[in-house]
Design a protein around this ligand. Structure first.
Ligand code: GRF
Length: 202
């Protein structure tokens, strides 16, 4: 049985990438492998993580859709994961893999999502809002920022003395968990089912 080839797009440390690599290697996500890592930035730790696992990785300008599509095709990619990728995918890439692209966001979308809401800024906004809960969301990628249908969310309590960094740390643990669950659904062709019955943990 041929393996399901995953491409993971990153822009930074790649801890979500690492969670997916580990899950495909330890059997949590069977019959799949991370076949390709594409970064929008040079010199990020996520590229070292790929190299350590012998995964083909490269930096491609986020607007170079021609090169992105060519590389995805060359690697016979079956599904795409955006994991800390801080750009929009070009529309023709989203269309070419429609329904087969998932993204992890460090908040309970639709709250604290959209352009400008990424990384530590998300958690600062949550603290400023006075919300008692936040969390993480994996959703299907469509042609806008963070607006595709939710697949799975995990709720995290905001503690009275929370700093943005402390909150980010707790949310990141949940991101890794739900990204692996959603990636497994992607590999097993259960995305449509999950869209109909999104999961909420916590
Ligand atoms: C994570 O919070 C992710 O959701 C956000 O960037 C942060 C770093 O992710 N987009 P990673 O460690 O690079 O996977």
């Amino acid at each position: 049985m041929s393996l399901f080839n995953l491409a993971v797009f990153i822009s930074g440390s790649g801890s979500n990438l690492q969670a997916v690599i580990d899950a495909t290697e330890n059997g949590t996500i069977p019959n799949a492998k991370v076949a390709l890592v594409i970064s929008s930035r040079e010199g990020v730790y996520g590229l070292e993580r790929a190299e350590k696992h012998g995964i083909n990785s490269m930096v491609i300008d986020r607007q170079n859709s021609e090169r992105i599509l060519k590389v995805l095709e060359d690697h016979t990619i079956n599904g795409i994961i955006l994991a800390g990728y801080l750009s929009m995918l070009p529309p023709d890439v989203v269309q070419a893999y429609s329904g087969k692209i998932i993204n992890i966001h460090p908040a309970l979308l639709p709250k604290f999502g959209g352009k400008g809401f990424y990384g530590i800024r998300v958690h600062q906004a949550v603290l400023e809002s006075g919300d008692k809960h936040t969390g993480a969301t994996v959703h299907v990628v469509d042609l806008e920022y963070d607006t595709g249908p939710s697949l799975i969310q995990s709720i995290v309590s905001v503690l009275p003395d929370d700093t943005a960094e402390a909150l980010q740390k707790r949310v990141l643990v949940e991101e890794h968990k739900i990204l692996v669950l959603a990636a497994k659904a992607l590999v097993e062709n259960r995305i449509d089912e999950m869209v109909k019955n999104p999961i909420i943990l916590g």
